[in-house]
Ligand binder design. Structure first.
Ligand SMILES: [Zn+2]
Length: 279
């Protein structure tokens, strides 16, 4: 079994499932982090088991599990990863479990003609019998929009930045930007209809991060490992993408916002997280 080296300390274990999502591995000084939890290939081995075997063979320690956003193609095996790597810290920005709950509702309860039946199965696997399933995977929840995690001799920055979905989280590691399912430059086919104002806020946050930290981002790794961009002009990416979103502003005024999901549910959620973290 081979790891494909994508950059220093960054490997692709494979691309899995019908939506072809990458399972990534970041490593530094014997510590590693796994990124994304895709569904297995048809009749294929579970990506979690494959990752376990590779990490054990290398003698590395799995310190973190990370997720870009809780769409089903990225998180289908979240329960399996959690069980296969009980030693790992699984941090999440609070939007991830919150939006996971919303996403499940949207994909299984709304009347979508194009809704693939297997999605319902996948959600069932994720949920199990736990009524608070969407909270149960994470053992470190942050409300900060930028959080820094130590991995070996390196730092991983987790930055909240919705544009493709309300639960979008970006990771910056060794000059590389893990951009999830973001569409960059002009165009944005995202069907989640995120308000442009939110997308612009996210673009500004990423830009502020690079300016204030004087951090040079040279590579963009989308989760699906397609359209990898190397030697990028990060400022140009932000500027062009933002210009496009500014033009959309009028059209997407009715884009999704937290308040549309019901405050009652949000309050309930926040309090249960707090209770859980106290323990
Ligand atoms: Zn997605």
């Amino acid at each position: 079994m081979e790891l494909t080296k994508m950059s220093d300390g960054i490997y692709l274990i494979g691309i899995y499932g019908s939506f072809k999502v990458g399972l990534w591995l970041l490593e530094s000084n014997g510590e590693c982090a796994l990124f994304e939890m895709p569904e297995a290939d048809k009749n294929g081995e579970s990506p979690a088991k494959i990752a376990r075997r590779i990490i054990d063979q290398k003698g590395w320690k799995c310190k973190y599990l990370f997720l870009s956003h809780p769409h089903i193609d990225h998180s289908a095996t979240i329960r399996e990863f959690r069980e296969t790597f009980p030693e790992a810290i699984f941090p999440a920005h609070y939007s991830i479990p919150m939006y996971m709950r919303v996403s499940e509702h949207y994909w299984t309860k709304s009347k979508r003609e194009d809704k693939p039946v297997e999605f319902e199965e996948a959600w069932k696997n994720i949920k199990g019998n736990d009524p608070l399933w969407y909270l149960s995977f994470y053992n470190s929840i942050t409300v900060d929009d930028i959080t820094c995690y130590e991995l070996g001799c390196e730092k991983i920055y987790m930055i909240y930045g919705p544009k493709h979905s309300l639960g979008d989280v970006h990771y910056i590691y060794r000059g590389c930007w893990f951009s999830g399912d973001w569409w960059i430059y002009e165009g944005d086919p995202s069907e989640d209809r995120i308000a442009s104002s939110k997308a612009i806020m996210s673009l500004n946050r990423l830009e502020d991060f690079s300016i204030l930290k004087d951090y040079k981002i040279h590579t963009v790794f989308p989760s699906h490992a397609n359209n990898i961009l190397r030697n990028v002009d990060f400022h140009d990416i932000i500027t062009r993408t933002r210009k496009y979103q500014e033009k959309l502003e009028e059209k997407r005024k009715d884009g999704y916002d937290w308040t549309k999901f019901g405050l009652k549910e949000l309050y309930y959620w926040v309090f249960t997280v707090m209770e859980k973290q106290k323990k």
